[in-house]
Design a protein around this ligand. Structure first.
Ligand code: BYC
Length: 323
């Protein structure tokens, strides 16, 4: 297993050359020299992203057996499968920075790595599946479309493909929402309840406010992040307000108001205490999510062992053929 390297002293001339490349809009590739801090920031951010995709399968996976029709079931299975693919793809991208995915997965299972706060909330009704697609994948698209221009090539390229799939995810969600919103009064009440529960946690997905975001300045300087947390959150609100109006649903914020001067929808105060509690492991489902991942990891041990044994056998066969 490749261990995370200890930080060498970065050569100032190399740092200057690296920053000039970033300023010129060049893409940084795995074999290029990079400051150790840049490498570590990317490992942190990309591994958290990969973990989010994998943990993010759990809330929706709960509903595969209860999807209301074959068509909905097929779409949901495809979506959850895509998320597994995104996780694996981003773990591969992270490995280009010289870290082994087994090490990263162990950090998730130990509870020392973060994953998106949003996946620590429960999916209580079928309408939640629609609202997750609409809000959560919608928020992911806003965030990741910008990350597709990140300075680190493997991450940026992963985002291009992932965003294409997220668009399908969002559409399947919004279609469920629109159907329920135009359905019986019980269906409409169910989807409005889901909107009420998921709205604020979705705004928290974008991270702390800029004033309290320790990583943003450095990541913007290195063009990993191209927009701040608050800028992306605002863009998401601006896009989502008209989408809610189009299906006659109300967003649970009495302070939502259009500001003609800035052309933004201003919104109420986010409950940062709740956000911090979820990040500390005290959200409604943190323990359940980690327990599910640990069980899946343990149950899958035989698959990893079998795959390693097969790979060793293939290597031995190739070596004996070459000899
Ligand atoms: N939840 O300095 P900040 C998906 C942490 S999955 C938990 O602003 P940064 C999908 C942050 O990590 C999409 N933790 O950080 C899957 C940092 O902690 P550490 C997930 C959060 O990196 C299945 C600390 O708070 N998307 O789409 O500049 C189904 C301070 O924050 C959160 C990504 O991962 C949070 N919400 O900005 C459906 C996108 N927010 O590491 C859909 C990639 C912040 O210093 N990541 N923290 O201990 C990013 O864009 C950025 O990393 C963030 C945070 C905007 C999330």
């Amino acid at each position: 297993m490749t261990q995370t390297r200890t930080a060498p002293q970065d050569d100032p001339a190399k740092v200057a050359e690296f920053e000039a490349r970033i300023a010129a809009g060049q893409s940084i590739e795995p074999k290029d020299w990079m400051p150790e801090r840049y490498r570590r920031q990317l490992i942190r951010m990309m591994s958290q992203h990969a973990h989010s995709e994998i943990v993010g399968m759990l809330p929706e996976g709960n509903w595969i057996t209860r999807a209301p029709s074959l068509r909905r079931k097929i779409s949901l299975i495809a979506k959850v499968q895509d998320e597994a693919g995104h996780g694996l793809y981003i773990y591969c991208g992270t490995e280009t920075l010289g870290v082994d995915r087994a090490e990263l997965i162990q950090q998730l299972l130990d509870g020392t790595a973060k994953y998106s706060s949003i996946f620590n909330y429960p999916t209580l009704s079928w309408a939640d599946i629609g609202v997750i697609g609409w809000f959560v994948d919608g928020a992911a698209i806003v965030n990741q479309t910008v990350l597709a221009k990140a300075s680190y090539g493997p991450y940026a390229r992963a985002m291009i493909r992932i965003c294409k799939e997220e668009n399908f995810h969002k559409r399947q969600g919004y279609e469920i929402v629109a159907t329920l919103a135009n359905g019986t009064s019980a269906q409409k009440a169910m989807v409005q309840d889901a909107v009420n529960r998921w709205w604020w946690p979705s705004l928290m997905m974008f991270g702390p406010s800029d004033a309290n975001s320790p990583n943003t300045a450095e990541l913007i300087k290195w063009k990993v992040k191209r927009r701040t947390n608050d800028e992306l959150r605002q863009r998401f609100v601006n896009l989502t307000v008209p989408q809610a109006a189009a299906v006659n649903l109300t967003l649970p914020d009495p302070d939502l108001a259009y500001d003609t001067e800035s052309e933004n929808w201003s919104f109420g105060r986010i409950d940062w205490d709740e956000f911090n509690q979820v990040l500390r492991g005290n959200g409604p489902c943190n323990r359940e999510r980690l327990a599910a991942r640990r069980k899946a990891h343990d149950d899958g041990a035989w698959v990893r062992e079998a795959a390693s044994a097969y790979a060793a056998k293939q290597r031995a066969k190739q070596a004996s053929e070459a000899a």
